[in-house]
Write a protein that binds this ligand. Structure first.
Ligand code: HEM
Ligand code: HEM
Length: 261
């Protein structure tokens, strides 16, 4: 598809048009398409971005060892006992956001040669990391939430399974941990760059100066979020702590040690 299709896809965004794009201003999306774009955009922030930040905050209890993790997981029994809550408030919005994201991607293609510059690369990276996030979540949900719903493991098994999987090696190499770090990078980029895009979509940041400031703010947020998530993931896979939290001697391998004692 041509550059004009890409421009049509970006019409919802209140970005300052580049001089090269100005010739395509006539292209306007239909009302249904406009509403779909808005619903897609909103679902990316509420509930998804809010969920990811809260979820990582809760999972970070694993830095304090298996008991703390289990305690944190048991702190929201209403959420855990009723899968419908996770389905309605997290998984359905996620499914909607992913499907509408794929539909948006199908209807317009990047044209990095006709439209050069950071905006275009962000446009491509946003879509690429959306697909990578989908792959990450497929593996992650099968291993955690779906496994629990199928009765393959209980809430207290999560910690051990995470440690076992993330610390595994194949041909002497920690592929699983490396893939986890790559998946988390895709999620954090998609989320922080998406928050920048959200400001444009809803007309919250309209001038170049505002968009530059929000790029710096959300860029820093993305780096911080990735450091936070990667620190947790590295701890589960190696026992290392890049950032100290609190309890001493809370090795992620304690569950194995106590099991073999
Ligand atoms: C190192 C980071 C992470 C850890 C240790 C972790 C761990 C877990 C665990 C143990 C569960 C199962 C909870 C249950 O059985 O109810 C879970 C569920 C889930 N995770 Fe993660 N997770 C991480 C990162 C992420 C990220 C980045 C996302 C989103 C992109 C995500 C999305 C979900 C979703 C949607 C669920 C199902 C709903 C829920 O139970 O909260 N997780 N995760
Ligand atoms: C928990 C996971 C996810 C979160 C937190 C999230 C968040 C966001 C946010 C905040 C936006 C910005 C919306 C805007 O520009 O106004 C966005 C855009 C986007 N997302 Fe996601 N997303 C997630 C998963 C996915 C998945 C699985 C896909 C599909 C494969 C996807 C595809 C897209 C696409 C294509 C865009 C760009 C839309 C555009 O530029 O118009 N996202 N996402």
């Amino acid at each position: 598809m041509s550059a004009s299709a890409q421009q049509d896809d970006q019409v919802g965004a209140a970005e300052v048009p580049s001089p090269r794009a100005a010739g395509h201003r006539a292209a306007r999306p239909s009302r249904a398409r406009f509403l779909l774009r808005r619903a897609h955009s909103l679902s990316g922030v509420v509930p998804l971005a809010v969920f990811v930040v809260a979820h990582l905050g809760r999972q970070a209890s694993a830095l304090d060892g298996p008991l703390e993790h289990e305690r944190a997981m048991a702190s929201t029994p209403w959420f855990d006992a009723h899968p419908a809550i996770a389905i309605v408030f997290v998984l359905l919005p996620l499914g909607f956001h992913a499907l509408s994201g794929l539909a948006i991607m199908r209807s317009a293609r990047p044209d990095v040669q006709a439209y050069t510059g950071n905006r275009n690369w962000r446009y491509v990276a946003q879509r690429l990391t959306g697909v990578l996030t989908l792959g990450y979540l497929a593996v992650h949900l099968r291993q955690t939430w779906i496994a629990r719903q199928l009765g393959e493991l209980s809430m207290s098994d999560h910690y051990g399974v995470l440690v076992e999987t993330l610390s595994s090696t194949s041909a002497g190499l920690p592929w699983r941990a490396a893939l986890e770090l790559a998946g988390l990078a895709a999620v954090c980029f998609h989320l922080s760059s998406g928050l920048w895009g959200f400001g444009c979509t809803w007309g919250l940041t309209t001038t170049r100066a505002q968009q530059r400031r929000s790029a710096i703010a959300f860029g820093l947020f993305g780096v911080f979020l990735y450091a936070y998530a990667a620190n947790l993931s590295l701890h589960l896979s190696t026992g290392a702590r890049v950032v100290e939290r609190s309890l001493e001697g809370s090795s992620p391998f304690a569950w194995q040690e106590s099991a073999s004692a």
